[in-house]
Ligand binder design. Sequence first.
Ligand SMILES: NC(=O)c1ccc[n+]([C@@H]2O[C@H](COP(=O)([O-])OP(=O)(O)OC[C@H]3O[C@@H](n4cnc5c(N)ncnc54)[C@H](OP(=O)(O)O)[C@@H]3O)[C@@H](O)[C@H]2O)c1
Length: 294
Amino acid sequence: MIVVTTPTGKIGSKVLQRLLDRDAPVRAIVRDAARLPPQVQGRVEVVAGSHGDADVVSRAFAGAKTVFWLVPPDYRTHSIHASYVDFTRPAAEAFVSQGVERVVVVSVLGRGSTLAENAGLVSASLAMRELIAKTGVDLRALALPSFMDNMLTQVGALKGQSAFYDMVSGNLTVPTCSTDDIAAVAVEQLLDDSWTGQEDVPVLGPEDLSSDDMARILTEVLGRPIRYQQVPAEAYKANLMAHGMSESMAQGLVDMRLAKDKGLDNVEPRTPRSTTPTSFRQWCEEVLKPAVLA
Ligand SMILES: NC(=O)c1ccc[n+]([C@@H]2O[C@H](COP(=O)([O-])OP(=O)(O)OC[C@H]3O[C@@H](n4cnc5c(N)ncnc54)[C@H](OP(=O)(O)O)[C@@H]3O)[C@@H](O)[C@H]2O)c1
């Protein structure tokens, strides 16, 4: 039995579908089962509730060998560290008490780098990874750069201003990956019961790109000029908070971007194994362009 957390989320929904396509036995932890897509309903065991809840994870992990673990981002949290680490504490205890053998966890690039020490969300995610590692469970941590899918939050700006905005330098060249590639790698790990020990599995997409490169690709895919606009840290943070984000989360996103700008996402050497297929151009054609035209 494989337990899937966040089955309605961007990565979790794709993990769930891919597992069902391979006829794997799946138990999903979900706050509202009605939000599962119709093709999934009836094909998975459902444990209702939040995977941050001790009771819920104890029930969900009973008799399960493998868990897909993802901490949902909490944009209103007063402590990003707590929102990753405290959220995961009940599960870490239940991995041990329920005898879970393998955990595949969604985490970030940068482990072991001094740049990761004060890197906001990255530091919090790595602390969460460490908490799980300390239980001694066999672990594959997906070490992820920024997702291509983040560009979907810029659809309004792309439509209205032919621009997209971020804090990082326009010429910062970094890996980026699609949530589809992440789900594919996660499922490969979840279905493979031969691995043991604790390792990171980087998912780097097919190439490193800068925001300026992305603007050029967007210009070609959307058929009109698109520019990248770098925003200063203070304005970036103020804008996030004006849209309802907590101070802790907004600062966490700023600190993460400052570390990325110094090379946090460049520390992992690219290998054939960490190189995954979906290009930013392909993702834009298949996912972003329809969203911009809608
Ligand atoms: N975005 C990036 O560039 C990036 C890069 C590296 C790593 N990451 C990591 O990726 C993860 C985000 O993955 P994602 O984009 O797939 O997430 P997502 O699409 O935001 O999905 C999160 C899901 O969690 C559920 N959820 C929200 N609050 C919850 C709570 N309190 N208890 C239980 N469930 C809750 C929601 O489902 P319901 O509302 O249906 O319950 C939602 O579907 C984070 O851990 C982040 O650190 C992100």
